[in-house]
Write a protein that binds this ligand. Structure first.
Ligand code: BES
Length: 901
């Protein structure tokens, strides 16, 4: 599995991977591995080891990165070595991780605490340590090095041997070349930072290899790669044998002598008949076959029974820097990747990296074959491998994998409701969604809205208890339509309609708003039904017009009320956390009225030089005068009676704001004043506002035209107790009355384009309580453990601070400003632990919620699934995998634990 790292380093690719190209494997006959996820780092990946929990990646910077195999999140960056990490090996039981490097130290790590257990070095200058092999049976560690030696250490002896003298540590030694004194008696200065202590390469027991435990000239070249195993000798299958591949082109099999501390003696070498072989760069073994990789794509297949070279394959991979075996296939990696079947036929090539594949590993995670590659483009790629042995059916794939696969398809439909050109795509997306329900055994129906609006997908998972009366009826509301993502300026890193996994996130238009949360709810109901644990009827109403004001939704639902039946609880998941770390529950949304104000004259478009005079009432001037009446200073709305119904801040509500600010400030003391922070949130969540979005005029777009017609779009965000219908009437009356005072000859038309009622849930109701306990048990101890990015939070608060002196020049984009988005902060071990989710309100609107509550006489609750940095409605929309998985778990709990009403 190892490669000649030195050569790989020499070929180091300079610079990070570009944004183009490598999202998918080169497609051939569908049997190529397909790219499932990519993790980016800032240095080359030279070594990989995969346990049942983690992907460990060794970097050129000396770190070991530990990624969760489940969610692909970076769990730990271990500062491990003072030079490139050249090899990583796990013990058989996966409790120990061995890393070797150019320092030249071998560190042994505990794979659960990530602490260092042992640091091991040689008394000799052995150069770079290219490879390590560990025999759990003999508890002996073998080290293959640049100075052609193989050395070993019997860990059983670690407490018996004398403690090494710290002065013998390689970092204390003089380098014969660099530290020798030159002309004038001066030695080369040490590079800057050479003596900085590494955070994690501390502690543990120091071990020095005994001067006798060395096999000099194991090869007449570097010892590039090693492996260790039983069933290598046909005559002694139980015997554990060490195999090494060297720069001399030889593969040597070594006998291990347990009675003399694991000493090795050469058994025989595999010869290919050449006088002088070229370097063995990589090794892999499958039962009695051994595979070796060499320069120029040469892969040799050796039969260990007969010790013969049985095949010599020519791979189009360039130098074969890494070999991995798994699922009945051999994977070779170099400039590109190659997959062979058992008959040594090339079955696919794949382009994994913008550069070289330097390391690879094959793992069977929960029965799912997973192939991992690392390259000098600084990335690690996880591959799904089709047609592997033991993966004939989807049964081996976890529901989370299948859920991502369903999302992969769901996101590929361009279900943009605002653009007529996507009408067919919307229908196809709706039909795909219906098929997901149908496949899971739900009863479905397409509810038509009035033409040309998109249909609503209705589905029902029937709960299993006999009596319908004892079954709760939970209605999940969502929308399959998305905001446009034309990507003309290529601001998306990947195609917006191709779901792409990167760094623990899924990227794609609509993944967070609202396709991911919908799929999590569907899979939750499906899993409960499959486990025979679905005690409630779960109804789904997934509309296709939410982003366009839920056109036609209310009428269509009213028309099908009988089909939908009674509802006890309403649940939706269409907003975001307040930052990137603390789970939230949303109990309030603002309402909205979108209106167009149009002023028209009886004249055609005119020329301002020829026709402009005080005699003419210009529509645009009238419009500006009229709109100026709408608001006073600081945006105060001047419509009489507008603020009258708004409820004062209740005491228990005020407490929620204190809880929110306390939670945020506990992690980020720099945020400043709690009161200011609370005020900034209240302004957006519980106060009404008015926005003028844009103007439009008739006639050519030049500065001599007096337009015949001028119009403006505006919206008013409403808060609980303001009735949208009533505010719309007040707005129209106010504009008409102000317009009549202008005495203009023009005519005014006010159109209400769409409106949504504000929503205020009862956060003391059982649905919120059930959600709260589900969130606490699913997010568990990680709840609030990480710190929010101080800068992002602070920046946001400054922006909304009513005090202009504390404003920030660097304004966030208005679309994200309703959230306290944090950057991609690293986990912080000193982070606080919140006890409960934060109860929050939101400034945005979802037209159907209040309607559904009224129509079905059932309370609604809102579970935000995504993080503040999800960028819904913006470029590079994303959803974190762990949020998707945990949302599914929360829905499962809520679907089963909600009480009867
Ligand atoms: N998911 C948002 C609404 C939202 C945004 C809720 C932020 C909570 C926090 C939804 O997709 C949306 O954008 N709604 C529109 C409604 C309008 C088109 C009637 C909105 O808020 O402007």
């Amino acid at each position: 599995m190892q490669a000649n790292r030195l050569m790989a380093e020499l070929l180091q690719h300079d610079g990070a991977m570009g944004s183009s190209g490598l999202q998918r494997a080169v497609p051939d006959d569908g049997r190529a591995p397909s790219l499932a996820h990519r993790m980016k780092h800032d240095k080359s990946i030279l070594a990989l080891a995969v346990s049942s929990q983690y992907i460990f990646a060794g970097t050129q910077g000396g770190e070991i990165l530990a990624y969760s195999l489940d969610t692909y999140e970076l769990r730990r960056t271990i500062e491990a070595h003072r030079g490139s990490v050249l090899s990583l090996t796990l013990s058989q039981d996966q409790s120990l991780l061995f890393s070797s490097a150019t320092d030249p130290i071998v560190n042994v790590w505990c794979t659960s605490s990530f602490g260092r257990l042992y640091a091991l070095w040689s008394p000799y200058d052995l150069g770079d340590i290219f490879c390590v092999a560990y025999s759990a049976h003999h508890k002996t560690l073998y080290v293959g090095a640049q100075n052609t030696s193989i050395q070993w250490y019997d860990l059983k002896q670690k407490d018996v041997r004398p403690q090494p003298n710290p002065a013998s540590h390689p970092s204390e030694r003089k380098n014969r070349f660099f530290d020798s004194t030159g002309p004038g008696g001066v030695s080369t200065p040490r590079p800057h930072g050479a003596d900085v202590t590494l955070r994690d390469a501390v502690g543990g027991q120091y071990l020095e290899i005994d001067r006798q435990d060395v096999h000099q000239f194991a090869h007449y070249g570097y010892v590039n790669c090693m492996l260790l195993g039983k069933r290598i000798l046909p005559e002694a299958p139980a015997e554990e044998v060490l195999v090494s591949g060297g720069g001399d082109g030889r593969i040597v099999l070594w006998r291990i002598d347990a009675t003399s501390g694991g000493a090795i003696s050469s058994l025989f070498a595999l010869e290919d008949g050449r006088e002088e072989g070229e370097s063995i760069l990589s090794l892999a073994r499958d039962r009695s076959f051994l595979y070796s990789g060499r320069f120029n794509g040469e892969v040799n297949v050796w039969d260990l029974e007969t010790r013969q070279l049985v095949r010599s394959l020519k791979a189009a991979t360039g130098d074969v820097l890494t070999l991995s075996l798994g699922g009945g296939h051999l994977f070779a990696g170099g400039v590109s990747g190659l997959k062979y079947n058992q008959h040594y036929e090339t079955i696919s090539t794949f382009k994994a990296h913008e550069g070289l594949i330097l390391a690879s590993n094959f793992a069977n995670y929960n029965g799912k074959p997973t192939f991992v590659t690392g390259g000098n483009d600084n990335t690690i790629v996880i591959w799904e491998v089709p047609d592997c042995e033991g993966r004939e059916t989807d049964a081996k794939r976890s529901n989370n994998d299948l859920m991502v696969e369903s999302l992969n398809q769901f996101v590929s439909f361009k279900t943009v409701s605002s653009l007529p050109k996507y009408r067919a795509d919307c229908r196809r997306g709706a039909s795909y969604l219906r098929s997901v329900f149908q496949n899971f055994g739900a009863a479905t129906e397409m509810l038509n809205t009035s033409e040309p609006y998109n249909p609503i997908v209705f589905a029902k998972f029937r709960g299993n208890p006999a009596s319908a009366a004892s079954r709760k009826k939970i209605l999940f509301y969502g929308h399959y339509d998305v905001i446009a993502a034309e990507n003309e300026q290529a601001k998306w890193k990947h195609d917006p309609f191709t779901l792409t996994g990167e760094g623990g996130y899924l990227y794609g238009r609509g993944i967070s708003d609202n396709k991911g949360p919908i799929m999590a709810a569907i899979y939750a109901a499906h899993e409960l039904a499959n486990e025979q644990n679905l005690g409630s009827d779960i109804l789904f109403l997934i509309e296709g017009e939410e982003e366009s004001g839920s056109r036609g939704f209310a009428q269509a639902v009213k028309a099908k009320k009988e089909l939908i039946g009674d509802v006890d609880w309403i649940l939706l998941a269409n907003s975001y956390w307040l930052d990137d770390h603390v789970p939230c529950l949303t109990y309030g949304l603002r309402g909205v009225i979108h209106a167009t104000v149009q002023i028209e004259s009886k004249h055609p478009d005119l020329h301002s030089g020829v026709d402009g005079s005080a005699l003419l009432d210009e529509p645009l001037k009238d419009l500006v005068m009229l709109l100026s009446k709408l608001t006073g200073s600081h945006g105060k709305v001047q419509i009489p009676g507008f603020y009258d119904p708004i409820l004062p801040l209740a005491e228990d509500e005020e407490k929620l704001y204190s809880e929110i600010t306390a939670t945020l400030l506990r992690g980020n003391p720099d945020l400043g004043d709690a009161e200011e922070l609370a005020q900034s949130l209240m302004r957006r969540w519980r106060e009404a506002s008015l926005t003028i979005h844009r103007f439009q005029t008739s006639g050519p777009d030049n500065s001599t035209i007096i337009p015949r017609l001028a119009k403006a779009s505006l919206s008013l965000r409403l808060v609980p107790n303001q009735e949208a219908f009533e505010v719309a009437r007040l707005l129209e009356d106010f504009l008409q009355s102000e317009f009549s005072q202008l005495g203009s000859k023009n005519s005014l038309k006010v159109t209400i384009d769409h409106q949504a009622e504000p929503w205020l849930g009862d956060f003391t109701s059982p649905i919120f309580q059930t959600l709260e306990s589900a969130i606490m048990s699913v997010w568990g101890p990680t709840l609030g453990r990480r710190r929010s990015s101080v800068h992002a939070l602070k920046h946001n608060i400054d922006y909304f601070n009513p005090n202009p002196n504390s404003g920030s020049d660097n304004r966030p984009s208005p679309t994200t400003s309703n959230t306290l988005a944090s950057g991609s902060g690293e986990p912080d071990e000193q982070g606080f632990v919140a006890q409960k989710p934060l109860y929050i309100r939101e400034g945005g609107s979802i037209p159907s919620i209040r309607f559904l509550e009224k129509e079905f006489d059932a309370p609604a609750a809102h579970l935000p699934c995504g993080q503040a940095s999800d960028s819904a409605h913006l470029d590079n929309e994303r959803l974190r995998l762990v949020n998707l998985y945990n949302s599914k778990k929360i829905f499962k709990k809520v679907f089963s634990e909600l009480p009867l009403r």
